[in-house]
Design a protein around this ligand. Sequence first.
Ligand SMILES: *Cc1c(COP(=O)(O)O)cnc(C)c1O
Length: 390
Amino acid sequence: MKKNTHLIQAGRGKKWVGQAVNPPVVRASTITFDTMAELAHASQHKGNRVPFYGRRGTATHFAFQEAMCELEGGAGCALYPCGAAAVSGALLSFLQSGDHLLMVDSVYEPTRALCEKILRPMGIDTEYYDPMLGAGIVELIRPSTKVIFLESPGSLTMEVQDVPAICNIAQQHGIVTILDNTWASPILCRPFEMGVDISIQAATKYIVGHSDVMLGTASANEKHWPQLREHSYVLGYCASADDVYQASRGLRTLGIRLQQHEHNALQIARWLADRPDVETVRHPAFSSNPGHEAFKRDFSGSNGLFSFALKQGGAKAVAAFVEGMQYFKMGFSWGGYESLISPTLNVQKLRTASQWPHQGPLIRLHIGLEDPDDLIADLTQAFARYQAAL
Ligand SMILES: *Cc1c(COP(=O)(O)O)cnc(C)c1O
C-alpha cells in the first residue's frame, strides 16, 4: 500500500467504523460488564483494544492507536492530552532517580524545561549533547545512562541527527531511545526502522492540522510497549474521545496537506536564500543544512516548517519585521493550514552543549496552504520594514 492509500485505510476497519466511514466518538468514563467473565477478560487486556475503563480508551481511541501503529510501525501507541505530556510520559516511564539522561541540545525548549524543573530535582541528571554528534555519543555514555532523547530535525534550528547511528550505540548499551518525531509526522520517516524504541508525535501539529486541538502520542516497539503503556496509564495520562476523533480525521488529509506545505515552503525558502539580508536558511532539504545527508537518507520529504537567520538586527528591527504581517500570524505551534512566524533574538541562550554559528536573529516560519505568491509579497514588505528600522 502506498502512503496516501495507507492514510485513508489506517484504523478504519469494519470493527471500528461499522457501516459508517469514520469511527464514532465514544465518550466514556465507566465501561460496564454483564458477567464476571467479561470483567476478567477486560481486566486482563487492560484497555489494549478492549474497553476496560475510560482512561484506557474507547473504540475511538483504539481505532486511532491502530492507525498510528500502522503508519509509524510501532507495536502500540499511548495517547496524551498534548505533545508535552507525551514527552514527559515517555521520559517518566523509563527514568528513575539516579539515572543519567542524554538530551539533544537543539531540543524543543519546553522539553529542556521539563529536564531542569522536574527531572533534575527528582535526581535524574540530564546531560545535553551536540545534535551533530552521531556514533560519537558513545563517549558520553555512563553506567547510569538509561535514556537517549532525540529530536530530528530540531524544531527551531533544523539540525538533522544521525538517528540510526545513535540508536545503534544505544542498543549495544541497553539504553532506551526516545525520538520526538513531530517534524516528520507519521509519514516522512520510519522511526522504528531507524532503530528508535519510542516515537513521539505532538499530534497537535500536522496530524490534527487545523490548530484547534491539543493531543500527543508515543508509539513503542514490541519490547518497550508494555512498560510505556502501563507507566503512562498509572501516571494518569489520557485523551478525550472528541480530540482523538479530530486527530483521526486529520490523518485522512495529512498526505496531501504535507505535499502542499512542502511545495510552498521550498518555494519560499529558495526565495529567502537569494536575499542579501539573509545569512542562512535552515531547511533540512537544503544541502547547507546541518545533517542534510541524514535527511536525504532517512526522510521521504519535508514539510512547511523551517527557519532563517538574518545577517543583523536587534529587537527593534525584528519587531519591524514581524509586526504588521498580512498573512503570517505571530504565535507558537505549527502544522495547521495557516502560516505562522516566530522570532528568536538569541538562539545561543537556548543551548548549552553546542555553538550556534550565527550572530543575527532567527526567524522561524510555518508555511501554510495559502498561495506562496501572497506569502512572498507579505515577506517582501516585512523586509522593507526591517531594512528601514536597522
Ligand atoms: C509542539 C511541540 C511539542 C509539544 O506539543 P504540544 O501539543 O504543544 O504540547 C513537542 N515537541 C515538538 C517538537 C513540538 O513542536
